[in-house]
Design a protein around this ligand. Structure first.
Ligand code: UDP
Ligand code: MG
Length: 314
């Protein structure tokens, strides 16, 4: 008797993807067929409140092949929540998640699984180039990541999207992170574990329109920054401290020079201005201190695991 087959869970969120879903199912099957002696698979598609026929299409695919499974949201909860729901229900020894618009090619799955077989717990993918994407979008994406990384504590690299493989063990850790403001592409790197990076060339979105536009990207960036960094708050505090020290120095300098010269060196209005700046500086420093406390409370509230162990030898 041959060794028991491993189960691979594929998870993808879908929002108005009724044309893409059957193509995705086809692609997923095609990519895993050569590995069918080693792996069984389940393909979980999460319908995130689509207003097209995505759910009907998922049900149809499930009737044709019960390895295709569907989760239907009551309304649109967003990409990150849809992914989370799928990951929560994945039963595999290993899980791969990707978009359902074929931009993240299932043909990469065998390579990802090979790395996993070799002992890697997380496979990140990096998009090197998207066919048919305008230069403005590329520039925007560059700026987006520059901005995030300027403010974020965990580096979130460009081209690293929600297309990854996770070992079951890592998946369990992701499941244990129940924060509401979810930014999976930051959470998974935060976890650590032995990882590898695969590069791929993203294709064009075949059907439908992309969900992310400038304002949604900005919103997403905000979540990324807020859940991974207190830098914006710290910077305000630093600025306050800078203003305070600067104002005190100027006031002190003014007083010393006035004392030596025996007359007011700066005009009274100037002193008033500097004094006002001093007060503002103190206020901002105080804000920074409050922010620090808030960030401590925030850390407690999101209640992430304190540490993650990957191996123990005893
Ligand atoms: N998606 C989702 N819920 C949403 C928006 C998008 O589940 O509210 C899914 C969508 O179906 C796709 C993935 O998230 O599978 C990524 O979305 P999209 O392709 O529009 O983004 P882009 O590739 O432009 O970043
Ligand atoms: Mg897409």
């Amino acid at each position: 008797m041959s060794e028991k087959k491993k189960l691979v869970s594929i998870v993808s969120p879908a929002y108005n993807e009724d044309v893409n879903i059957p193509l995705m199912v086809e692609e997923v099957k095609k990519s895993l067929l050569p590995l069918s002696d080693k792996y069984d698979f389940e393909y979980i598609i999460v319908n995130d409140g689509s207003w097209d026929n995505s759910w009907e299409v998922i049900c149809e695919e499930n009737k044709k092949d019960s390895r295709v499974k569907g989760i239907n949201f009551s309304r649109n909860f967003g990409h990150q929540m849809a992914l989370t729901a799928g990951l929560d229900r994945a039963k595999g020894d290993v899980v791969i998640y990707c978009d359902s618009d074929l931009q993240q090619p299932p043909s990469l799955f065998p390579k990802m699984l090979k790395l996993w077989e070799d002992g890697v717990k997380v496979v990140h993918t990096r998009r090197t180039f998207t066919d048919g994407e305008g230069t403005s979008k590329k520039l925007l994406s560059k700026l987006f990541y520059k901005f995030i990384n300027l403010l974020s504590d965990t580096e979130i690299k460009e081209g690293f999207a929600d297309f990854k493989l996770l070992d079951k063990e890592v998946l369990e850790k992701v499941k244990s992170m129940r924060e509401h403001n979810r930014f999976l592409r930051g959470m998974v790197p935060w976890l650590g574990f032995k990882s590898a990076i695969l590069e791929y060339k993203a294709g064009k979105r075949l059907h439908g329109t992309p969900w992310y536009n400038f304002s949604r990207n900005l919103e997403f960036a905000k979540t990324g920054i807020m859940s991974f960094s207190i830098k914006p708050l710290k910077y305000i505090g630093y600025f306050g401290v800078f203003l305070t020290i600067g104002s005190i120095a100027i006031l002190f300098l003014g007083a010393v020079i006035s004392f030596i010269k025996g007359a007011l060196y700066f005009s009274p209005t100037f002193y008033l201005l500097v004094f006002n700046t001093l007060l503002n500086g103190l206020m901002m420093s105080a804000l920074g201190i409050v922010a620090l406390y808030i960030s401590y409370i925030y850390q407690e509230v999101i209640n992430r695991p304190l540490y993650l162990i990957s191996d123990v030898v005893e």
